[in-house]
Design a protein around this ligand. Structure first.
Ligand SMILES: O=CC(=O)O
Length: 303
């Protein structure tokens, strides 16, 4: 497969870069001054594209690659991939579910603990802190990651409720069909749903106010799930108790006003960045590409 042209949209862990380069003719988009400079020289060579949560692929890019056969994203989320265009061109899309679920759930709990227990306080003034154990936990999106957060929260003795498009049978968790009701009945609200037009700004001023001045918001989904200016205002005004964020609305930009807030803990979208998981995600991307070029069924197709 050494002659098959594969384009990576942005730097990823060295493991996947090295393993792709061993198997394919690998092009790294960031080594070119612009996409058009790259496309002029190599557009016809590209048969596969590897995207990530940081840089996806839009319709114009897909249109510029006439021989593109598959898009494989090094992420579980595929909100930044133009699925409509891929479907139209009959280009299969794969992602990396399952292998990263535990990591994202771990980071969600770590953000909650670090915020509540002030594990890394910005100033070292001694003060008593709220506990996580026993707090009412709400989860927005009870998919794989939401479920893994729920299991961890149960370990802390937290009663768990959730909101999702529809009620899931036999979870044993209380279901709220309206997110506002979930927020009003939660002390810690975790956002772990897929980003879509329906869930963009699902956490708006109403939800933030329902969570209230003692409530904690943890977002390990996507930045645009939360109306960020509303979140910033609520944190500054004390209308929301605190937030733990791994994702931001305009990554890698972070609003100036967030920096320095005492009731905020941030990580730079590292929910899937453990070494073991980066390797597993890389292996899954490669397995999908190899399956495609060998004419075998894909392991984790989205389309
Ligand atoms: O954000 C990370 C992912 O979608 O895998």
């Amino acid at each position: 497969m050494e002659s098959i042209g594969v384009l990576m949209t942005c730097p990823m862990h060295s493991y996947i870069q090295e393993e792709l380069a061993k198997r394919f003719n690998l092009f790294k988009l960031w080594h070119y001054p612009s996409f058009s400079a790259f496309a002029q020289a190599h557009a016809h060579s590209i048969r596969a594209l590897v995207a990530s949560a940081k840089v996806g692929v839009d319709a114009a890019t897909i249109d510029s690659l006439p021989n593109l056969e598959i898009v494989s994203t090094y992420s579980v989320g595929y909100d930044n991939i133009d699925l409509h265009k891929c479907r139209h061109r009959a280009i299969p899309v794969t992602n990396t579910p399952n292998v990263l679920t535990d990591d994202v759930a771990d980071v969600a709990i770590a953000l909650a603990l670090s915020l509540l227990c002030r594990i890394c306080p910005r100033n070292s003034t001694w003060q008593f802190t709220p506990k996580l154990s026993g707090k009412a936990v709400g989860i927005v999106g009870l998919g794989r990651i939401g479920w893994a957060i729920a299991k961890r929260a149960e370990g802390f003795g937290c009663p768990v409720s959730y909101h999702s498009r529809s009620e899931k049978s036999e979870t044993g968790y209380k279901y709220y069909s309206h997110i506002i009701d979930l927020a009003a009945n939660s002390e810690v609200l975790f956002v772990a749903c897929t980003l879509s037009e329906e869930t963009r700004h699902i956490v708006n001023r109403g939800v933030i106010d329902a969570l209230g001045p003692k409530g904690i918001l943890i977002n390990v989904g996507r930045g645009p799930h939360v109306d960020e200016p509303e979140l910033v205002a609520a944190l500054i005004e004390g209308r929301l108790g605190g937030a733990g964020l791994d994702v931001f609305e305009n990554e890698p930009e972070v609003p100036e006003d967030l920096l320095g807030l005492e009731n905020l803990v941030m990580t730079p979208h590292v929910g899937t960045d453990t070494l073991e998981t980066c390797i597993a995600m890389g292996d899954l991307v490669i397995a999908n590409l190899e399956a495609h070029f060998l004419g075998n069924p894909l392991f984790t197709p989205v389309l």
